[in-house]
Every structure is written in structure tokens, then in C-alpha cells.
Ligand binder design. Structure first.
Ligand code: FAD
Length: 523
């Protein structure tokens, strides 16, 4: 429980209606079924993170600043959360207050001319995209789903998404940023640091992109971000798309300039070659490895459970393991024809098979719109109750594809022993970024039941084995590296030493909970 004086000051600062220490409410924040086992891996905290001491709901940057000043006066730790999708937003220890930013939910500007949006923390991908599309623009939405905060993945975490080939990744899309430092001071990065607008993250004004977030972000360990501008990208559909239904029932009339394909390749090598050629041809709106296993787990979990019992169907489906989804969103009929012609040539040169899914009735419009909106991700919990991913470093594409091969080989043993759910084994997710640059990632998905000891333990062991393989091979710094700088740092320029120096310089009192970033001292 917080000191009474401190609690009273918080109430005086942002109003009693925006502060609570009601136990049932706090448990709502501590219950974190997704990714809870990382990084501590203790069975007793699988589904629960430490309960925050109190929750505060600021409504403005000034509120956030005032809260952090109180935290500094009373030496209280704090943890920011935007939309709270996954355990990383929760306190890592006792004695932390949760700063829930849901009241800061406004799109402050959509700048059509300079193609950026200025947003607050609780603006989600779906909301921003709906507004941007009205102006012929779209944001990058991460694969975690349209329900997640655009600001959180831009400033503080991850950033991979299925449309990365045309919309890059969050760490590269973030422009000007407003940052309340752990001591309560405000720092503006990029152009806003010189009162020159929000259009640029690296100047005029200070550029601290690497320190602010680097590859995966500080996961709340360096303060609270209260505003940021993000790039918007060209969206070529000239009219509003009429949508009926929700999720799996979604129906739209597929716009004429959009086409959607499954590309099947005969081997890991040809799969990699095809993406390189696509990058060189500079075509495509979306390229993402979305396997049959993941697709069934998301769309038809009962069918996957039935298939899991049948060896011959499994073997037949495994023949389609090297598969990616590809979407063209063209500017004109001529552009569409050009891109399709190039795609057909590439798939033929790489001995693959191309299926146009946009021509299939019913499912096509649901899958297409769900992919554009990134709205289907939460359905992946239907199959086994939980899933998680590992490996997935951002590397040259050949290397990423080899990671998926290594991950699948490790996973096979766990699936055969019944320690992970059957997902047809070769089940990575991810694609290439920024077209012709051809760096990309492949994260290995595994399905488990969070309430079942055998498969939940199976996931923890599987992740450990993959982390060890990533270190031994080495395979680069992937998804599982969050909070594990001491393991991965020696492989990558000793980044953990620098992270510790940054943490000490920016947060002398160690008040911003940095469980998923770096601990002040080596463990
Ligand atoms: C099912 C699932 C699928 C996922 N798939 C992907 C994927 O495809 N690609 C990908 O990149 N990631 C993925 N993730 C991880 C994803 O990056 C994060 O879950 C997402 O960014 C966080 O969700 P959120 O937007 O709700 O942010 P939150 O959960 O609110 O926060 C995420 C982190 O950022 C910190 N944070 C949030 N807001 C602020 C702020 N204003 N100031 C300072 N720190 C802040 C939090 O403390 C936390 O550590 C997935 C997660 C889940 C659960």
C-alpha cells in the first residue's frame, strides 16, 4: 500500500476519481495471461504479474508530469501502460504504481501534406487507420492487432507487422516525440524539440531514437511517452470500403485495385529467393509468412484439432509449409497488371505455385480486410488458449528464413512429446521490410494451454531451448531478448552495458520499472 501522504498527493494532482487502490480493480491489471511467463519463468506467476500498489489515470502531459514528480518525492516506482496487450506493461515487482494512459486517446492531427499523424498513447491502430484512410493514407499496424496502441509500439516496443514491405516497422516510422523523463522533466525529440512541427524524429532538435527505443524499446523502463508523430503511407483505394459484419463474418466488396495471393514455394531456399526477387522488383503491399497451421488455428481451430489426430492429412498439409501471403494494392489497373505480371514471373522462376485468394467467394473479403486491418490476431487464442513466439531477430532475409527452419526443428520434438499443441510445426510469422532492403524477420509461433501444466511448461522449455540455440548459433537478438540483455548483449556489441549506462543516466533513482528493459545491476 502507498504511503497515505503520497496517495493523497496523487488524488490532489489528478482528481480522486482518477486514482484507485481498490483491490479487485488492481487485480484486473495484474491478470496477464499473455506472455506472463517471460522473463521470470516461475510457475507461480504464470498468469499473474505483481499487483500494482495503485492505478492512476492521467488525462494530459501535465498530469503525467505531476504524477512523476510525486513519484520522485516519495521514491515510488511507476510503470506506463497504453493499451496493455501482453504482460510487458505490468509491474515487474511489488511497490509499483500503474500509469494507465487510456484517457489520453486523441488523434491530435492528421497532416495529409506531410503524411504523418500526431497521436496520444491510447489511439489504437484501427482508429488511426479509419481516419487516415479517409484521406488516402494508412498507418503501419503491428501484427499484434488493430487493438494495440500505435504510440506504444512506436516508442517502447516491437513494431513488426504484416504490411512491413510497404509500411516498414514502428521503430523507423516514429517521428517527433514528447517524453516525460523519469524525473518529471519533458524532453521533445526531433523537430518538436526546436518548435518546428512534428514531421521529423531526428532533427532539427535532439535525435535520441536509438536511446529511446533501439530495436525493441525500453518497455516503460525510461519514463512515459505522451505524444508522438508517426509516418502515414499511401493508401490507394479512392473511396470508403463498405464493410458488413465483424471478424470472421466480415464482408466487403473487394476494391478493384487490390489482389490477394497465397504463394507456395518448394523449399526454404526458394521461399527466401522469391522474397528477394519481390524486394528487387519493388512490388507489393503485404508479404507475410502466414502458415496453414496458423491460419487454421485462427480461423478453424476445431478443424486443426481434428487434423492433429490424422497423420496422412498432416503429412499432406506439411507439403505446403513454405508459404507466404502477398497483397497488391495498386494505383491503377495498369499498375495492378504490372505488379501481378512481375509476381507471376517471380513465382514461376522460383518453382512455386500461386493461388489468387481474392477470387474465392466469402472467405476472401474477410481474410483480405482482416489482414489490411490487422484485426484477426486475437483469434489466435481460440485454438489452445494461448500462444507465444520466440527467435525473430531482424536480419538479412536468408538468415531469418534459416531461423524459421531451426525453430521448427526444435519445436518438432516438443509437439511430438505432446508438450506443445500440434500446429503443423513449421509455423513462423513475419516478412521483409521496406521492399528492396530485404531485411526481415521470422518469429517461431508455439501454441500452448496457459492453464495446463504440461503444455505451459512445454512453452517455457521451448523458449529456453530457442534462446540457447540463438546464443550458440548465433542467430541474433530476437523477440525473447526483452529483459534478457545479459544473455544477448555479449552477442551484439555488449548492448546490455550501454543500456545500463543509459538507464542510470536517464533514471538516477531507478523509478521507471525496467523489468523488461534492463536491471540497474547485472543479475
Ligand atoms: C497476441 C500478441 C501478438 C503480438 N504480435 C506482435 C507483432 O506482430 N508485432 C510486434 O511488434 N509485436 C507484437 N506483440 C507484442 C507487441 O509489441 C506489444 O504487445 C504491443 O506493442 C504492446 O501492446 P500495447 O500497444 O497494448 O502496449 P502496452 O501493452 O500498453 O505497452 C507495451 C510496452 O510499452 C510500454 N509503454 C506503453 N505505453 C507507454 C508509454 N506511453 N510510455 C512509456 N512506455 C509505454 C509498456 O510499459 C510496455 O512495456 C504481440 C503481442 C501479443 C500479446
Amino acid at each position: 500500500m502507498l504511503q497515505r501522504d503520497a496517495y493523497k498527493e496523487l488524488e490532489d494532482t489528478i482528481g480522486p476519481e482518477n486514482v484507485s487502490e481498490e483491490q479487485a480493480l488492481l487485480d484486473g491489471y495484474a491478470w496477464q495471461p499473455s506472455f506472463s511467463s517471460s522473463p521470470k519463468e516461475k510457475l507461480d506467476i504464470w498468469l499473474w504479474r505483481p499487483r500494482p500498489e495503485a492505478v492512476v489515470l492521467p488525462g494530459s502531459t501535465e498530469d503525467v508530469q505531476a504524477i512523476l514528480k510525486v513519484c520522485n518525492r516519495y521514491k515510488i516506482k511507476f510503470k506506463a501502460m497504453s493499451t496493455g496487450w501482453g504482460a510487458w506493461n505490468s509491474p515487474g515487482t511489488e511497490g509499483v504504481i500503474q500509469i494507465d494512459l487510456r484517457r489520453m486517446n486523441k488523434i491530435l492531427e492528421i497532416n495529409e501534406e506531410n503524411m504523418y499523424a500526431l497521436i496520444e498513447p491510447y489511439v489504437v491502430g484501427a482508429q488511426l487507420q479509419a481516419e487516415a484512410m479517409k484521406k488516402g493514407l494508412t498507418p503501419h499496424i503491428i501484427g499484434a492487432g488493430a487493438n494495440t496502441s500505435v504510440l506504444a509500439s512506436s516508442t517502447s516496443m516491437g513494431g513488426y507487422g504484416g504490411t512491413g514491405i510497404s509500411t516498414s516497422m514502428s521503430g523507423r516510422n516514429v517521428l517527433g516525440v514528447e517524453w516525460v523523463m523519469p524525473n518529471g522533466d519533458i524532453l521533445k525529440l526531433g523537430a518538436p524539440g526546436s518548435n518546428a512541427g512534428w514531421f521529423c524524429g531526428d532533427g532539427p532538435g535532439p535525435s535520441l531514437r536509438g536511446i529511446m527505443r533501439g530495436m525493441f524499446g525500453a518497455a516503460g523502463g525510461l519514463g512515459v511517452f505522451t505524444k508522438c508523430a508517426v509516418k502515414l503511407f499511401h493508401w490507394p483505394v479512392p473511396h470508403e470500403v463498405h464493410v458488413e459484419g465483424l471478424l470472421l463474418d466480415t464482408m466487403i466488396k473487394i476494391p478493384e485495385n487490390i489482389k490477394f495471393y497465397f504463394c507456395f514455394l518448394p523449399s526454404f531456399e526458394r521461399f527466401a529467393d522469391a522474397a528477394y526477387k519481390i524486394g528487387e522488383a519493388e512490388i507489393g503491399y503485404m508479404l507475410v509468412k502466414q502458415t496453414i497451421g496458423s491460419t487454421l488455428a485462427t480461423m478453424a481451430p476445431h478443424l486443426l484439432r481434428a487434423i492433429a489426430q490424422n497423420q496422412s492429412i498432416k503429412a499432406a498439409l506439411n507439403a505446403f509449409e513454405h508459404i507466404f501471403m502477398f497483397m497488391i494494392a495498386a494505383n491503377s489497373k495498369r499498375d495492378l497488371e504490372y505488379q501481378e505480371k512481375a509476381l507471376k514471373k517471380i513465382i514461376s522462376e522460383t518453382e512455386g505455385v500461386l493461388i489468387t485468394i481474392s477470387d474465392m467467394p466469402t472467405t476472401a473479403s474477410m481474410a483480405l480486410w482482416g489482414s489490411i486491418r490487422s484485426s484477426l490476431t486475437p483469434l489466435a487464442f481460440r485454438y489452445s488458449s494461448s500462444f507465444a513466439t520466440t527467435l525473430g531477430s531482424l536480419v538479412a532475409w536468408d538468415n531469418a528464413v534459416l531461423q524459421s527452419k531451426a525453430g521448427s526443428e526444435i519445436k518438432k520434438q516438443f509437439v511430438e512429446r505432446g508438450e506443445l499443441f500440434e500446429d503443423l510445426v513449421d509455423n513462423p510469422w513475419g516478412g521483409i521490410y521496406e521492399g528492396s532492403t530485404c531485411f526481415g524477420h521470422q518469429e517461431e509461433i508455439a501454441f500452448f494451454d496457459a492453464h495446463d501444466l504440461k503444455t505451459h511448461k512445454g512453452w517455457v522449455e521451448f523458449e529456453k531451448t530457442c534462446v540457447q540455440a540463438a546464443v550458440d548459433t548465433p542467430m541474433g537478438v530476437g523477440i525473447s531478448a526483452l529483459g534478457k540483455g545479459d544473455i544477448f548483449g555479449p552477442l551484439a556489441g555488449n548492448y546490455h552495458i550501454w543500456q545500463r549506462k543509459v538507464k542510470k543516466a536517464f533514471d538516477k533513482e531507478d523509478l521507471a520499472d525496467s523489468t523488461y528493459y534492463i536491471t540497474p545491476e547485472e543479475k
